[in-house]
Design a protein. Structure first.
Length: 420
């Protein structure tokens, strides 16, 4: 029977989230992949999301070995490491997405990539980069663990092979390029707020969750927070007396029932709340949320709860539920095809730049970076805020250059006029 690999997630008694690579055909965990995850990642206090991602990357490698019918242990003991064409095949394999209605181990996926290339969907370059990086690290660790008494020439050969795997990684785009043109326009924002307005015929959500989902959109837009930060908000974090919201890190919260716990990656901080948000928060908490809260769970003061009938009703909404809200919004209008929580974070940064530029006495660029870094939860001096500043300066420069060109009155040569 062919193996079907998967990631099993669970919560320890301490509240720590963890996962194991398992063979789903038997339900048993795989020894060496899990030993690697524990000794090389968990024991270094790496975030659970990172461990989970690495586990999924190792599964891609295991599926590749099965597909090529490679017995890795036998290869290592006999000194028959990967050949160049096999590393190329691994590179191609890490590009694949499984079919929506088939597992990665489905027989239809056993064809060489080149024979059915038009039938496959592909992952992003960033995902492929991460997969090959994780595979190279695991292979290096595993080979040296298995051949712990090998000589220097064998160890050098292992290191060389790891470098060859990494050399197949796609070139990642510059971070500044990745942040270009990734915000909603003012016209798109108008559409977004109209389709999420409670009671409108365009609103795609049931009446019971319209106010909740609108509040989700408003908080992402007005505060620029990440989705994981949003899902971690508790009522105790809202200071109605001061119109403030505290963003707090709560990794491995034993009172959070979600196995796939949203983790706050940014720094803790206090954010101001405007009148619109304060009213929306008060209305949702006092009118909608109170109807679904589980009264026996005194620890459940998460802001956003599941309203749908079932075993999860009254519990904090999951990541998948949050992403589903975004997916539904995208289907309402073609103008919202790119809508996501992170796009609203980019939109906040665009609005922040425009606000700084419109001030009579605009703060210096260094001061703007400090303010932006604090509000976004970035470490001061990390350089992330500077990327958004440069992007805005570039946009203003393009606008000025076009205005200058249009005002210079340059005549088009007669020959070009005729050609046109």
């Amino acid at each position: 029977m062919s193996k079907v690999y998967g990631v099993s997630r669970f919560i320890m008694d301490s509240g720590e989230r963890y996962c194991l690579v398992v063979d789903r055909s038997t339900g048993l965990p795989l020894y060496y992949p899990n030993l690697y995850l524990t000794t090389q990642l968990r024991n270094r206090s790496v975030a659970f999301a990172t461990v989970e991602a690495e586990a999924s990357h190792l599964i891609v490698f295991l599926r590749f070995l099965d597909w090529r019918q490679i017995d890795l242990d036998e290869r290592l003991f006999k000194g028959r490491f990967f050949q160049g064409h096999e590393i190329d095949a691994l590179r191609d394999f890490t590009q694949r997405k499984p079919y929506r209605n088939a597992s990665f181990n489905s027989p239809v996926l056993m064809f060489p990539l080149g024979e059915m290339k038009e039938s496959f969907e592909f992952v992003s370059k960033g995902t492929q980069y991460s997969r090959l990086t994780a595979i190279a690290h695991f292979f290096g660790w595993y080979a040296k663990h298995l051949l712990n008494r090998a000589g220097k020439d064998v160890l050098d050969q292992i290191d060389r092979l790891c470098r060859q795997i990494k050399a197949r990684r796609p070139k990642n785009k510059n971070r500044a390029d990745n942040r270009r043109d990734r915000s909603l326009s003012d016209e798109q924002l108008d559409v977004l707020f109209e389709v999420t307005r409670p009671g409108t015929d365009l609103n795609p959500f049931s009446p019971s969750v319209q106010r909740r989902n609108r509040l989700i959109i408003l908080m992402l837009f007005h505060l620029g927070i990440r989705g994981s930060e949003l899902l971690n908000i508790r009522i105790r974090d809202i200071r109605f007396d001061k119109n403030q919201l505290k963003i707090e890190r709560r990794a491995d919260d034993e009172h959070d029932p979600r196995t796939n716990e949203p983790n706050v990656k940014t720094l803790e901080r206090l954010l101001p709340l405007g009148g619109v948000l304060v009213k929306e928060l008060h209305d949702y908490i006092s009118q909608d949320r109170r109807k679904v809260r589980v009264p026996t769970d005194r620890h459940n003061d998460f802001l956003f709860l599941t309203h749908k009938q079932g075993p999860t009703k009254g519990k904090p909404i999951s990541k998948s539920a949050y992403f589903k809200v975004m997916a539904v919004v995208r289907t309402v209008s073609p103008d919202l095809y790119a809508m996501s929580g992170h796009i609203l974070r980019h939109t906040w940064n665009r609005k922040f730049s425009e606000r700084m530029d419109a001030m009579d006495e605009s703060p210096s660029e260094a001061r703007q970076e400090q303010i932006r870094s604090y509000l976004m939860g970035w470490k001061d001096g990390s350089g992330t805020a500077a990327i958004y500043n440069r992007r805005f300066v570039e946009k203003k420069g393009h606008e000025a250059a076009l205005k200058m060109q249009n005002s210079m009155g340059i005549r088009m040569p007669e020959g070009l006029k005729n050609d046109a």
